[in-house]
Structure formats: C-alpha cells, structure tokens
Design a binder for this molecule. Structure first.
Ligand code: PMP
Length: 405
C-alpha cells in the first residue's frame, strides 16, 4: 500500500535497475521434512569430529558479546603452516562464496554507463577489464556475481565429456578471452564432478592475462589439487572451503590462497569482521583433526563408487566423479520427472534447468543407508513404471506418474 503522504509511489523505483533485473542465485532446498533424505546440496552426511563440536560448544559463553578477531589471524597462521606458506598468502572469508564475490569487486571494472570513462563497447581493453569468464556448466553463482557487479560475462561451453579444453582448442574456438579480468574455474568441475589435472590447469592459468580463481570447493574428494598454483603464479587465487569436506556449512568459513598482492587487494574491501567467531574456532579445531576427516573422505569415495555402479546397473549414465556428488542421466523419463518422483519418495536430489544439464540429476553422496534408500527408490520407480512401451513423448500413452508412490 502506498502512503498518501509520501512522494514515493512505488518503493521498487528506489531499487537500482540492475538489481531489479537480477535473477538471484537459487540455493538447493533446505526443507525440514521429517524422514527426508537430503542429497541435493553436497553437504557431508557425517558430523564434524567430536573434538570440533566440543571446541565450538566450549566457546559459547560470555565472549559472544565481543567482536571476533577481524582477520581470523590464528586460523590464517595455522592454514599458512599447513599449506607451507605465509599468513599473507591466506585470506579467510564468510564461506568461499563471500570471497568469490569480493574477487569480482576487486578485479573487475563494472561495465555500467558512467562506470568507466572509456566506452567499453568501443574499447577492447576496457571490455576485457569488465569481463568475468567461466565454463558452462560450472558453479551457477558466477553469472549472478557478474550481474550484481554489472560485469560482462563470457560463458564458454565445455564439451559433452566436461573435459577442460586445451589451449589450442581454446584458441581455435575463438570464444575464450585470454585477457578476461577474472576467470573462474570450478575444479573439480561442478555439477559434472569431473576432475582436472594440475598441469592442464597450470597451462590455462599461465596463458591468462587476468586473475584466475581456481574454485576447489570439492577438491578433498579428488585425487589431485592445484593449490601450489596459488603460491607459484602471480595471477592465481585458489578458493577452498570448510563447508563440504569438513562438515561446517553452518558456520561459513572459506579461504583464498594466493599471491600477497592479490590477497591484500581483496582484504581491503571485505567487512571488518567477516568471519564469525564460532566459525574461526570450529575451523581451527578442524585443522587438528585431519585424520578424522581423511577417514570420512575414504568412506564417501567408497560410497560414491558403489552408488555409481548400482545406478549404472539400473540403466543410468553416470559420469566419473572426483567429488562428493555424481552427475547422472537417468533412464526412461526426463530428469525433472525423476526429481519429482524421488521427491515423492522423500528423497531430494538436484536438477538444474540450464539447457546444458537439464537432462541430468546431481546426487550428493549420503550415508550408505541413504544411498541404499535411493537405489531402492530408483528400482521402485523403474519397476513399477512399466510397461516399457511408455515414453515421455508418447501422446496417448498412460502416464504412470500418478500411481508411483
Ligand atoms: N564453490 C562451489 C563450486 C560450490 O558448489 C560452493 C557451494 N555451493 C561454493 C563454492 C561455496 O561454498 P561455501 O560458501 O559454503 O564455502
């Protein structure tokens, strides 16, 4: 309702056009339905180590009234020790998402009218300076960050195997911008799960004239990582997180590893107290419990391989994964219908409407019991959804959806 005394007829008119037009990032559902099996947001199915929980619980006292350490210094120092670098190579963020957003602001010129003195449409250099580049598919947050910042985007499609294109291929394709201000590479890739080797990533980073962020959110489940590139190359930041592998999504702690000059630039523009105190304590305690998490990674990887084999046996196409999720092309029905049918059986997986991945489901690796339930549900859906002559496109064929529980 408009206030008759106010000169503002519509509060929406107060919002910047760029924000009015924005399609925000859509996080995976977090419903609190009893008995729901949640395999949609790549969370670790196992709890943090008991020592991490005790450390966090022990910190819930009168000190909550105090501001936390502004640079999360103890954590920075411990991470530096762990990665064999200096604290100046490390920056802690409120989850790695915050750092990805800060990188757009630190390294990319907005392409807005009046935002640059040179008209970017007429100036190639300015165009590169306003470009955020990423592969398709990869983390769906990147285009949203670009849209918020008013940056140009250069989405470059991966082939059907989701392999990282080599330099000759990128040159040949002519779409890749070797001078883009900022390039995001999700490695291992999400949502495909495909892993990339350090040498191929290094070749790509060396060929870029702008900043490259290697987003290693899932790297603890991979056979290889590229952290050393953040310590060797002048234009590379490696993003890591305590969310996925270390069961701390709730506390929001991520970090960048990279050259002190780039780290200092991002550090300048972050909020003073960007990382909450309990998060700092939880992450610090986590670093002392690496053995506990390593055992979990082995377990999750074993479950991943077992699930992949079971689903292949049911006719799913399963892509090899180096992460704690798998991308599958389900048989017989469109992926979106599988999403709905599994949901009806209280199992939540992720489906993306993006044309490149709309035929797939992304399934996070749960506990063995959760994965058994998923396989059983898939068997039920396939078994009961006979007859085999039925096809999604078949016009007059009976639709079995309604009868599947
Ligand atoms: N990168 C990728 C590829 C992700 O999937 C996620 C989680 N959605 C993140 C970064 C961000 O993780 P967080 O902010 O929890 O550290």
């Amino acid at each position: 309702m408009t206030n008759p005394k106010s000169k503002i007829q519509n509060p929406k008119s107060l919002v910047r056009a760029i924000i009015r037009r924005l399609h925000p990032y859509v996080p995976g559902e977090q419903p609190k339905i009893k008995g729901l099996i949640k395999l949609n947001t790549n969370e670790n199915p196992y709890p943090p180590s008991p020592k991490v929980l005790s450390a966090i619980q022990a910190a819930v006292d009168a000190r909550l009234r105090l501001y936390p350490n502004p640079t999360a210094q103890a954590l920075r120092v411990e991470l530096a020790r762990f990665h064999g670098c200096a604290p100046e190579n490390i920056l802690i963020g409120n989850g790695s998402d915050e750092l990805l957003a800060l990188a757009t602001r630190a390294f990319v010129e907005p392409d807005l009218p009046g935002g640059s003195r040179v008209d970017p449409r007429r100036n190639t250099f300015a165009r590169h300076r306003s470009t955020i580049q990423y592969f398709i598919p990869s983390y769906s947050l990147y285009p949203v960050l670009a849209a918020i910042h008013g940056a140009r985007t250069n989405p470059v499609p991966l082939d059907a195997t989701f392999a990282l294109p080599g330099l000759p291929e990128l040159h040949r394709g002519r779409k890749w911008d070797f001078q883009a201000a900022l390039t995001f590479v999700t490695t291992p890739n999400a949502p495909s799960g495909r892993g990339y080797s350090a040498p191929e990533l290094e070749a790509l980073c060396r060929a870029q004239r702008g900043v490259v962020v290697l987003d290693e959110a899932y790297v603890d489940f991979a056979s290889e990582n590229a952290l050393k590139l953040g310590l060797r190359l002048p234009n590379v930041l490696v993003a890591r997180t305590f969310s996925k592998a270390y069961s701390l999504c709730f506390l929001r702690v991520g970090y960048f590893v990279g050259p002190p000059e780039l780290i200092a630039a991002v550090d300048k523009i972050r909020d003073s107290y960007n990382v909450n105190g309990l998060g700092q304590i939880g992450a610090l305690a986590t670093l002392k419990e690496r053995w506990y998490y390593r055992a979990q990674f082995r377990k999750i990887i074993a479950t991943r391989e077992r699930l992949s084999a079971s689903l292949k046996g049911l006719g799913f196409e399963v892509f090899p994964s180096q992460t704690n999720f798998i991308l599958v092309r389900p048989p017989r029905f469109p992926a979106k219908r599988w999403l709905e049918r599994l949901r009806a059986k209280k199992i939540l997986v992720r489906w993306f409407s993006l044309p490149e991945v709309k035929d797939f489901l992304r399934i996070s690796i749960g506990t063995d019991a959760e994965i058994d339930a998923l396989v059983k549900a898939a068997e039920g859906i396939l078994g009961r959804s006979q007859p085999a002559f039925w096809t999604e496109a078949g016009s007059g064929a009976p639709r079995p959806f309604g009868i599947v529980g």
